[in-house]
Design a protein around this ligand. Structure first.
Ligand code: GAR
Length: 197
């Protein structure tokens, strides 16, 4: 099987969309893909309980317990390796709010994907919805991309566009974008699996 290891920091609604997609026969039989684990850097991440209820193994690698980014990333890589011992699976960042070291990215080169709540290359980093509204953008969206050492860069796999409407707040816009994220993230992963990545 192709292990899918999903990293979260919070609610995990994108993780839920991917777990549900992976429950379909097509994912299991055609791609032999299986969500092997959900790992959080925060012990209180809401998504952990949901995953456990679905029977998905969960783990916590608490970033606060490590003295440096390198030490945290080493522990994270070890946790991933427990669920993907041959290093053949995908590492899926789903609302994972830690910056990864170049060493970590290199170790999983070409097998890490991220979803970012903007139309990259516009608005990398945080507070994307507030910044898009303040800039007067008429459209916002989300991007699924392969992770490279540079934050929120890397080859784009999938995007979705939504309008920014008069009166939008960062919250109303975030909700509109999130519904699209739930569609494009499973689709992007399915395409990667289909392409034999
Ligand atoms: C999503 O909007 C995702 O794009 C964003 O966090 C949210 C997580 O929601 N990710 C980032 O900002 C990455 N820097 P979720 O936990 O419900 O999937």
């Amino acid at each position: 099987p192709r292990p899918l290891v999903i990293l979260i920091s919070g609610t995990g609604s994108n993780m839920q969309a991917i777990v549900r997609a992976a429950q379909q026969r097509r994912w299991r039989e055609r791609y032999r893909a299986e969500v092997a684990a959900v790992i959080s850097n925060r012990p209180d991440a809401k998504g952990l309980a949901w995953a456990a209820e679905q029977g998905v193994p969960t783990a916590v690698v608490d970033h606060q317990a490590y003295p440096s980014r390198e030490a945290f990333d080493d522990a994270l890589a070890q946790a991933i390796a427990r669920f993907d011992p041959h290093g053949r699976g995908l590492v899926i960042l789903a609302g994972f709010m830690r910056i990864l070291t170049p060493g970590f990215v290199q170790h999983h080169e070409g097998r890490i994907v991220n979803i970012h709540p903007s139309l990259l290359p516009a608005f990398p980093g945080l507070h994307t919805h507030r910044r898009a509204i303040e800039a007067g953008c008429r459209f916002a969206g989300a991007t699924v991309h392969l992770v490279t050492a540079e934050l929120d860069h890397g080859p784009i796999l999938e995007q979705a566009v939504v309008p920014i409407l008069p009166g939008d707040t960062p919250e109303t816009l975030a909700a509109r974008v999130l519904t699209q994220e739930h569609l494009i993230y499973p689709r992007a992963i399915e395409r990667l699996l289909g392409a034999g990545v």
